[in-house]
Design a protein around this ligand. Structure first.
Ligand code: NAI
Ligand code: MG
Length: 336
């Protein structure tokens, strides 16, 4: 049986890296029935809408999407398409693993961290007011018990599934006593149901400093939307940058897998982008579907190819093209 999934190639480097990722995912032998749909700048230019109804309908049907990066048209009044997709399908858990691959020359060896970011509320929800007369701008940082409970439960359960030993909740409850305070209190409540995971907490600014000094002390991190946005880029920097970090947006019965990076217009169309980030997202998609052996085969192929010091893509100092690098990984997966 093939899995039905919506495939969104996306903008800029999207189609290039997604071709490579689909090749690698299919090399595992797991079959997909892809429903190709448009979103982003390309969709805006061809349909007048950066997030066409057909694309939403497709995801509503398949409940599973593999998507390339999208360029949000600037100056058109359209909100971020990614935020709209996350809110529309209530994809409340943003999961971002950060694992060092060999020869990527990041600042540390052997970083292996999980980040769980709340994906629907907080400052990032963009509830804002502007008082023109008095020139006062407000952003509402709404945190709910329901929103906090579901991301915290997801983080504990997923950390357990992955054999993680420790979960650190990141907050600013010393200053944000209501919002941060509630999130932290709920974290402590839920921790009681998970005695096998050591639970602790850190204040966001201290956490940022700790992560760039001793990332190996941490295992898994859970936090609210805006702090997660910032920490995840910091963590990508610990393992070789945006070219290598994948992510998942997960809800109760729907999930969207994508890279952390954007459409990289500066290198689009040149065939030099690193497909590793979307390949890692594909690995997460396989794991989400319960295809653990296939996911492990992708992970192992990445480690093998990177450790051979074989020619890497330009962001990592090599000269390999996107398609050659993808093909090499796919061969390795098939040989597994
Ligand atoms: P970006 O992530 O596209 O690029 C930042 C830098 O990283 C660029 O120098 C780029 O060349 C490099 N880079 C990114 N991915 C790479 C890869 N796979 N291989 C090699 N180098 C890579 O961020 P930027 O420039 O701020 O945003 C460009 C567009 O992407 C904007 O329209 C933005 O809204 C959109 N974007 C979309 C996201 C999504 O769809 N999930 C996420 C982030 C940004
Ligand atoms: Mg971000």
């Amino acid at each position: 049986m093939a899995y039905s999934a919506t495939l969104i190639p996306g903008d800029g480097i999207g189609p290039e890296v997604m071709d490579a990722a689909v090749e690698v995912v299919e090399a595992t032998g797991v079959a997909f029935d892809w429903d190709r749909q448009e979103a982003g700048m390309g969709a805006y230019e061809s349909t007048g809408d950066p997030l066409p109804q057909a694309t939403l309908d497709s995801i509503a049907e398949t409940r599973l999407a593999f998507k390339g990066p999208l360029t949000t048209p600037v100056g058109t009044g359209f909100r971020s398409i990614n935020v709209r997709i996350r809110q529309h399908f209530d994809l409340y858990a943003n999961v971002r693993p950060c694992e060092t691959l060999p020869n990527t020359h990041g600042p540390f060896e052997g970083v292996d961290l999980m980040l769980y970011r709340e994906n629907t509320e907080g400052l990032y929800a963009g509830i804002e007011y502007f008082d023109e007369r008095n020139q006062i701008a407000d952003s509402i940082n709404r945190i709910t018990r329901r929103g906090s409970e579901r991301i915290l439960r997801y983080a504990f359960e997923d950390a357990e599934r992955r054999g993680r030993k420790r979960l650190t909740l990141v907050h600013k409850a010393n200053i944000l006593k209501e919002t941060g305070g509630m999130f932290l209190a709920i974290g402590r409540e839920i921790a009681e149901d998970h005695p096998d995971i050591a639970f602790d907490d850190r204040i966001i600014d201290n956490m940022a400093m700790q992560l760039v000094i001793r990332p190996d002390e941490y295992d898994a991190i859970v936090t609210t939307n805006m702090f997660g946005d910032i920490l995840s880029d910091l963590m990508a920097g610990l393992v070789g940058g945006l070219g290598v970090t994948g992510s998942a947006n997960i809800g109760d019965d729907c999930a969207v897998f994508e890279a952390v990076h954007g459409s990289a217009p500066d290198i689009a169309g040149q065939g030099i982008a690193n497909p590793t980030a979307v390949i890692r997202s594909g690995e997460m998609m396989l794991r989400y579907l319960g295809e653990t052996d296939a996911a492990e085969a992708v992970r192992k192929a990445l480690h093998d190819v990177y450790s051979e010091q074989a020619n890497l893509t330009r962001d990592l100092g090599g000269t390999a093209s996107t398609s050659d690098f993808g093909a090499r990984l796919a061969d390795r997966v098939r040989a597994h």
